[in-house]
Ligand binder design. Structure first.
Ligand SMILES: Cc1ncc(COP(=O)(O)O)c(C=O)c1O
Length: 403
């Protein structure tokens, strides 16, 4: 493989002249050429055909990432990342366009906006591309709830918006989840007083993985959006296969006071490349725009353009995720522990002991799992890795969590 900079110095000479060798092997290792290798499937089979990841390509990726993740140390199962990372098609797109990294005004972001708008079936002026969907949550809090605004949210849920709004001086009304650990829409409706500026819902919900029925959520959001703007966080949209699920994007196209947030971090495996989306009426996008403080990098945008069109990769990730989740569900059932029905890339279950203890014990066995989410302090959230990884987790858990 060719290094980025062709130099008359050998790598060893350069390391020596720059003093890196004196720093020891670790420092030298971290300066390995930063070139992303193309993915090669065995027997020369192409990893990507017409923008779609092939099965051979996916299997080659699986082997590559499993080895890489094992070598990294404790297995990352705490942040709901896609273990497979970016699609081979996305990797190819970055390599093809690598020179763009030097430009502020690369075409990557407008192209992504256009591709994403088409993908979700809205006009381009209904989409704002952001540096991750966490950014959408902050931008919406800034635009609607700063300086004494009021926010209504289920609790526990993804904390990005409520925390940010609180730090900006907003009052956050937290409505406990129902007995199934899903949104209690009736209770939220009762708490939705006229002074509320912004309503947040997350479907499926993080950290519980639970789904709110599409028809019921649509009724709630339609009514709530007559009084306040409603933000529906659909970060896990691409993992859901349940027939009762529907996105709320159609409420945006109907002209309701609704914002949808989506991300390239989950099924597209681009968490580190910070790419997210707000979908809303153009006048709402115009209100959000001045609150934007950063924009996505070109690599994230290029990778997302390729990944969104690579439906084969999304299907393979979704299927593998379902396989890993089923392994976990069976193991948790065998232990006789209560769990939620998850529609995401993580499971949530009651360990019967403080989750910090489970976390520490799992770490000694080589697994990093999620933190406590009060008031569910005995419940553990474990992200789904590859099926093989989940078999290892399923074998380790009963040694820690008592039946
Ligand atoms: C429900 C939900 N929303 C938003 C985010 C933020 O994701 P990102 O900023 O990577 O798009 C996450 C991350 O885990 C999440 O779980």
């Amino acid at each position: 493989m060719r290094p980025f900079v062709s130099s008359p110095l050998s790598r060893r000479q350069w390391l020596k002249s720059s003093g890196v060798v004196a720093g020891g092997a670790l420092a030298a290792q971290s300066l390995a050429p930063a070139v992303l290798p193309a993915l090669e499937a065995p027997n020369g089979a192409p990893a990507v055909v017409n923008g779609q990841t092939t099965l051979e390509g996916f299997l080659a990726l699986e082997r590559e990432i499993e080895a890489m993740r094992r070598a990294e140390g404790p297995l990352r199962l705490a942040s709901n990342e896609n273990p497979y990372g970016m699609a081979p098609s996305a990797r190819q797109a970055i390599m093809d366009m690598w020179k763009e990294h030097a430009w502020y005004n690369a075409a990557a972001v407008p192209t992504l906006r256009s591709v994403y708008a088409k993908h979700v079936g809205v006009p381009e002026d209904h989409v704002l591309v952001t540096a991750g969907s966490g950014d959408v949550l902050s931008i919406v809090a800034l635009a609607y709830a700063m300086h004494g605004g009021e926010v209504l949210t289920p609790w526990p849920t993804y904390e990005g918006l409520p925390r940010y709004a609180e730090s900006m001086g907003a009052t956050v009304h937290k409505v406990p989840l129902n007995g199934d650990l899903a949104h209690d829409l009736a209770a939220m409706d009762r708490r939705h007083v006229n002074s509320v500026d912004l309503v947040f819902v997350c479907n499926p919900n993080n950290p519980t993985g639970t789904l709110t029925d599409g028809a019921k959520l649509r009724d709630f959001v339609t009514t709530a959006s007559k009084k306040s703007v409603v933000l529906v966080d659909e970060a896990y949209h691409d993992f859901v296969t349940a027939p009762e699920y529907t996105s709320m994007i159609d409420l945006v196209t109907k002209g309701e006071n609704v914002i949808i947030s989506r991300t390239a971090s989950k099924i597209h495996g681009l968490a580190g490349l910070r790419t997210g989306f707000a979908i809303a009426r153009p006048d709402i996008i115009a209100r959000l725009q001045p609150c934007v403080t950063s924009f996505p990098g070109v690599f994230g945008a290029r990778a997302a353009v390729a990944s969104i069109q690579d439906t084969a990769y999304q299907t393979m990730c979704r299927d593998r995720n379902a396989e890993g989740r089923a392994i976990m569900a069976e193991a948790i059932k065998k232990m006789g522990r209560r769990m939620t029905t998850s529609h995401t890339n993580f499971v949530f279950f009651d360990t019967g002991m403080p989750v910090e203890q489970v976390q520490a014990a799992m770490k000694t066995k080589g697994f990093l799992i999620g933190r406590a989410f009060p008031p569910y302090t005995t419940w553990a959230r474990i992200s789904i890795g590859t099926p093989d990884e989940m078999r290892r987790v399923a074998a380790a858990l009963p040694e820690i969590v008592r039946a």
